[in-house]
Design a protein around this ligand. Structure first.
Ligand code: HBI
Ligand code: FE
Length: 290
């Protein structure tokens, strides 16, 4: 499959963009052909699910835990139309099947209309513990449960709308960082301590405990300019996690137009992923109860 040369698609290193884009519609969506999941795929899905459910217990945020066990994921690879029945009633969001990573503007366009692109293929057995691209397990397990939360669902749409207005590559880089440090690798404060809401952590076997309990990474209070100026690592555990007070904060910080933020940080240097600034509010790791 030739590498689709998407401009600036996050996560794409030198390797080809994976997936079969031949039958897609103009909006990059495809049909989920449920017959393509063999029994070993179904079994792999059930093992991925069982392992992650054990790992996220008491570490994922309450809004995630309230939903993830109610979607029938324990029986096998989800059916888009079944999840959409539930999701549509909850927040008006739909999941749409896609071959894999989408160009930025296409991706933003779906989010702006409350459609979340979910990859149709499942990782190979050799990728059981680590995969670079988002596969169907990362998307359905990591991202979809929080789309049932009304405030987070509104944030995701506001993010997509903001992205559609992004002009120039700097804005795309700033938006990719915001997405990375919130939707993919975000932490949130709760009365019981730090909890995880980022899909990239929730779907990762190793990063769940590391993200809230390891002394190695920094945990810094969220600020939109701070996040947009901070680089991230694609293929290692994060060196920094940003902590929000609640999903309302995310929505409030992104509801206005991003343009003034881009202007405020344009021309200023970006920070390496392990930077700590004097004004940063730091959070201690959570005692690992396991
Ligand atoms: N495409 N399918 C898919 N899933 C993503 O999460 C995704 C994408 N394209 C671009 C992208 N994410 C990132 O660049 C975001 O920062 C927008
Ligand atoms: Fe993701």
């Amino acid at each position: 499959m030739p590498a689709a040369d998407f401009p600036g698609t996050y996560g794409a290193s030198a390797h080809n963009v994976r997936g079969d884009y031949r039958d897609m519609r103009p909006d990059y969506t495809v049909v989920q052909d449920y017959g393509t999941y063999a029994e070993d795929d179904q079994d792999r899905w059930r093992r991925l699910y069982a392992r992650q459910m054990r790992l996220v217990a008491e570490r994922a945020c309450p809004e995630f835990l309230k939903v993830v066990g109610t979607l029938g994921y324990e029986s096998g690879v989800p059916r888009f139309d079944e999840v959409n029945g539930r999701l549509g009633r909850a927040t008006g969001w739909q999941v749409v099947a896609v071959p894999g990573l989408l160009p930025e503007q296409t991706f933003f366009g779906h989010l702006a209309e409350r459609r979340f692109p979910v990859t149709v293929w499942l990782r190979d057995e050799s990728e059981f513990d680590y995969i670079v691209e988002p596969d169907i397990f990362h998307d359905f397990f990591g991202h979809v449960p929080l789309l049932f939360d009304p405030v987070f669902a509104d944030y995701m749409q506001a993010y997509g709308r903001g992205g559609l207005k992004a002009d120039g590559l700097h804005a795309l880089e700033y938006l990719a960082r915001l997405y990375w440090y919130t939707v993919e690798f975000g932490l949130v404060r709760t009365g019981a301590g730090l909890r995880i809401y980022g899909a990239g952590i929730l779907s990762s076997p190793g990063e769940v405990a590391y993200a809230i309990s390891s002394p190695a990474p920094h945990r810094i209070g969220f600020g939109i300019e701070r996040v947009m100026r901070t680089r991230y690592k694609i293929d290692t555990f994060q060196q920094t996690y940003f902590v929000i007070e609640d999903f309302g904060q995310l929505f409030r910080e992104t509801a206005p137009d991003f343009t003034p933020v881009y202007a405020a940080i344009a021309g200023q240097e970006s920070f390496p992923a392990d930077t700590v600034l004097p004004q940063d509010k730091l959070f201690a790791p959570v005692e690992d109860s396991r």
